[in-house]
Design a protein. Sequence first.
Length: 207
Amino acid sequence: MADERERPAQCLQDVPGAQLGGWLARLSHGHQDPCIHPPRTAAYRGGWCETSLREAIAILNPSCVFCSVTAGVTDPGVCLAVNNEFVVFPALHQRPNNRGHMLLVPAGHFGGIADVPPEKAAPMLAALQATTQAVKAAFGASGTTVRLNLGPPAQDVLHLHWHIIPRYVGDDFNSAKSSEVPLSERLQLTAKLGQHLGRRASARVRN
């Protein structure tokens, strides 16, 4: 009987989103269209499969900006892994008195809360708890606002995400206007948060 490790490579469509996001993140920097060879799941740990970065992004979700961010293709370096299933990165638009506004998203594509399988509920709650505590500590906030928008018109990007916003007494949050935060500043916010999450500031997902 042949060793399991010699079996043909598993199709990428069967790879968990968090693992695929991690492979893309590690291999997207400095390469236009690299060939990636992600390891298979535990049963076939010695196997390999091969695809292009472009093809792998299409497997995640070709039209989803958050899938591109979590894969490290858009704005590389802004994501931090909270656990094996969830990543966090700074919101593109933030209010001036509430810098540190973060988005917590699943690495795999789920449109809304109803799409999350039951086995991911515990990692989801753990990621939300860890990120909320880290945002408060990293930015010296008095408290946090946590928001979850589901479905249009409430949800602008149809990839499940929580807004976790540092709050301060008298911060004028409800009346202040938000503006786009440049990538250089968002990278600084990621690095600052990473000191409290205990993760290195890089666009990757732990496998």
